[in-house]
Write a protein that binds this ligand. Structure first.
Ligand SMILES: *Cc1c(COP(=O)(O)O)cnc(C)c1O
Length: 401
């Protein structure tokens, strides 16, 4: 057996089978490239589902982490530490908001947003106790906790994990009329991804997000934008909501906020909303720890320059031009996305998403399939144009163009 086969067999024997990874075992990585245990190089066109927007081991982020490792890494929130205030102030400023609630993973931040919205509903809006409703969209992905999967529409995410948390209503993504009809006096929030990543990079119809913003403002309902995957440069802007001129009441952030180094997530909102929490009502042992803050402060500084957003916009335009050409060959039935982010539906005659992903792997390119026919491309924003073009050339070859 090869070293790859040995390591995969061992992982399969000793870990829960909640993933079906491509058969590659990564040993090292740098920028947009990963090297496996056999010394083969792979271009990373997934970027950890946007957790690696700044590439693997980004120099600035590794330096920031290393400097913090030499000072203090964890205090718990029982005490203050000297990176916390700066992290919260910078992140609030980046978001144009007032307050930050730091957590670790995306799912925890979504849970925190749900709790904040419910408490805001009861204590500020005046919704009768225990009756708060949150409206979500079909085909959503917001994480894996029991409450979050309660409002998933993906059977594999839900089956056998009940009983489910009540208090959520699901409407078709992109349907403003359904949204309008579902909002009641007890609705405290609408929770949406401005672009649905896991669903296959679904971009909502023009005017949808602005319409949701108008409806929620009229009805005194919080608009929560889950920008965990779409935010922090991925679409060519800091936030995907910006493409529609929309400012939500709450951003939920994660993935790239940790710079591909540590898990960092946060809810960012107004003092009215996040001000509802009193000591003891919510928390996290690791949330807002010094190492997380140090890395995230550097992430925020990098985003403030605008260079990563500009790069995503520019290279993204090139990517989507190239993919439109591929679509015209009939190998691909649909391409969606914004910036350096694309969902590509492979025509059935040319293989499933998984088969195309495996063939790309054999040619040194790593992508992830989703929903049978779709592959998703989300390279690190630091990828060179030459590398991106090389990756696209491999895709054309795999599709027989
Ligand atoms: C990844 C993701 C989450 C969950 O984040 P985890 O860190 O995996 O818990 C939530 N929402 C969206 C939109 C995501 O892409």
């Amino acid at each position: 057996m090869t070293r790859t086969e040995v390591l995969i067999a061992s992982a399969e024997a000793n870990s829960a089978h909640n993933y079906h990874p491509l058969p590659v075992v990564v040993a090292t990585a740098d920028g947009a490239w990963m090297t496996d245990v056999e010394g083969r190089r792979f271009l990373d066109l997934l970027a950890g589902y946007s957790a690696l927007n700044f590439g693997h081991r980004n120099r600035r982020l590794i330096d920031a982490a290393r400097a913090q490792l030499e000072r203090v890494t964890l205090t718990s929130r029982a005490f203050h530490h000297d990176r916390f205030a700066e992290f919260c102030a910078r992140l609030a400023e980046l978001c144009g908001m007032e307050m930050v609630l730091p957590m670790n993973t995306g799912a925890e931040a979504v849970e925190s947003a749900v709790k904040a919205a419910r408490k805001w509903g009861y204590t500020i809006k005046g919704v009768p106790d225990g009756t708060a409703k949150i409206v979500v969209a079909s085909d959503n992905f917001h994480g894996r906790t029991t409450t979050i999967i309660s409002f998933s529409t993906a059977p594999e995410a839900r089956a056998d994990f009940g009983p489910y948390t009540p208090g959520f209503e699901i409407v078709p993504y992109g349907d403003l009329t359904a949204m309008s009809q579902t909002l009641t006096q007890n609705t405290v929030a609408v929770l949406l991804e401005p672009i649905q990543g896991e669903a296959g990079v679904l971009v909502p119809p023009a005017g949808y997000l602005a319409g949701v913003r108008e409806l929620t403002r009229e009805r005194n309902v919080l608009f929560i934008a889950d920008e965990i995957q779409s935010g922090l440069g991925r679409t060519g802007r800091t936030f995907a909501c910006e493409h529609d001129g929309v400012v939500p009441d709450m951003y939920v952030l994660g993935k790239a906020l940790g710079g591909g180094v540590v898990p960092v997530s946060a809810v960012v909102s107004s003092a009215e909303v996040l001000g509802v929490f009193r000591p003891g009502e919510h928390g996290s042992t690791f949330g807002g720890n010094p190492l997380a803050c140090a890395v995230a402060i550097e992430v925020i500084a990098m985003l403030r320059s605008g260079e990563f957003q500009a790069r995503s916009a520019e290279l993204g335009e090139h990517l989507h031009r190239e993919l439109a050409v591929l679509r015209d060959t009939g190998r691909v039935t649909q391409v969606r996305g914004r910036g350096l982010w694309a969902g590509i539906d492979i025509a059935p005659a040319y293989g499933t998403g998984r088969e195309v992903s495996e063939k790309l792997m054999d040619r040194g390119v790593l992508v992830k399939d989703t929903h049978g026919a779709t592959i998703r491309i989300a390279p690190p924003l630091v990828i060179s144009k030459e590398d991106l073009d090389w990756g696209l050339a491999q895709l054309r070859t795999v599709l027989g163009v």
